[in-house]
Design a protein around this ligand. Structure first.
Ligand SMILES: [Zn+2]
Length: 84
């Protein structure tokens, strides 16, 4: 499930090339914005609101993207607990 833009990105991650109909490209594009989504999540105090945010990500960007965001958030959460 890759395309020419994916092949180029494999050797040049900063290629900035994405194909709208390629699932792999869509995911790469989402991963570019992951820090932004993570910052948004960190700013949401209620866990049910965080779950709602992740649900929206899942609907817009597929489960894989939502899983990546959840994993990034949990990693941050654990690192916070480790310091406390
Ligand atoms: Zn692609």
């Amino acid at each position: 499930m890759t395309c020419e833009a994916c092949t180029k990105a494999a050797t040049n991650p900063g290629s900035g090339l994405y194909h709208a109909n390629c699932e792999e490209c869509q995911h790469r594009m989402f991963m570019q914005s992951l820090p932004l989504h993570l910052a948004n999540l960190k700013g949401i105090p209620a866990s049910e609101d965080r779950r709602a945010y992740i649900r929206v990500i899942e609907q817009k960007h597929k489960t894989r993207a939502a899983d990546a965001l959840k994993a990034a958030y949990l990693e941050w959460w654990d690192s916070r607990k480790a310091k406390a």
